[in-house]
Design a protein. Structure first.
Length: 254
């Protein structure tokens, strides 16, 4: 008996043409459903494996279909972050989301990076959860399971600022409890051998992600949510396209 074709949903909140073109260009062996408000997409996608699903609340429809099995994986696409992620948290029954981004340098080096949400990764416990779950993702993608922990300075900076001191103390504790290596602020050293890098906090992590992907000629492949039992790949509305995120979602279905 032939297996059913998998379905990936992707959201459209703005830049409808960019999302639809990404869906048509992705070349995955899945059907792709684009969730959007009525009238947003003016023309047929023109791709046999891509179709449009319209709703006044596309983020709610995307999340509902993911949770009920109407689709097998979801990509946020260009839907607004707040409404979409709030809907996902409510439907999944969690009070926060943990996202781990798959990034690629301009030189082609792929690595996992977290936290990338400004409200994530602020405590030692948060970081240890990302280390534990990130290792599983690294193994899935064939990346090194060595983990690098970043902090706000070098050891020689101790005493210059209480916030930097706390950052380094937390990083030392995470490294010891998580069987990882504290690389101080030296992300350029961590990238040499680590498949997963943990930023000091969500703000600095988001800045590193945006700098690499939008200023530094690198690539963001998407950020899977790792504390729910469904495949949801988060993206930025500033992304030039969503092909990589769709390919990432498809790979997680294999």
């Amino acid at each position: 008996m032939q297996a059913a074709v998998k379905k990936i949903g992707i959201g459209i909140g703005s830049d409808a043409e960019k999302v639809v073109e990404s869906a048509c260009r992705a070349g995955v062996s899945c059907d792709i459903i684009c969730y959007t408000r009525p009238g947003t997409v003016k023309v047929s996608p023109g791709c046999s494996r891509v179709r449009i699903a319209e709703s006044e609340t596309p983020e709610a429809m995307l999340v509902s279909d993911l949770m009920t099995g109407g689709i097998d994986a979801a990509v946020r696409g260009s839907l607004p972050a707040n409404a979409t992620l709030q809907a996902l948290k409510a439907a999944a029954g969690v009070d926060h989301l943990e996202r781990i981004a798959l990034l690629e340098t301009a030189g082609g080096k792929k690595f996992l990076f977290a936290p990338v949400g400004i409200d994530e990764g602020w405590t030692v416990a948060d970081k240890l959860a990302l280390v534990r779950k990130g290792r599983l993702v690294a193994r899935r993608f064939g990346l090194s399971e060595k983990v690098g922990i970043l902090s706000g300075g070098r050891f020689g900076d101790v005493g210059r600022d209480a916030r930097v001191d706390r950052s380094m103390a937390d990083a030392e504790l995470v490294a010891r409890l998580g069987d990882a290596v504290h690389y101080e602020i030296l992300i350029e050293d961590a990238i040499e051998s680590c498949g997963l890098i943990i930023a000091p906090d969500g703000i600095s992590g988001n800045l590193v992600f945006r700098t690499l992907a939008f200023l530094g000629a690198g690539h963001a492949h998407g950020a899977p949510v790792v504390n729910i039992d469904k495949i949801f790949v988060d993206t930025s509305r500033a992304s030039p396209d969503y092909t990589n995120a769709l390919l990432l979602a498809a790979s997680l279905l294999e």
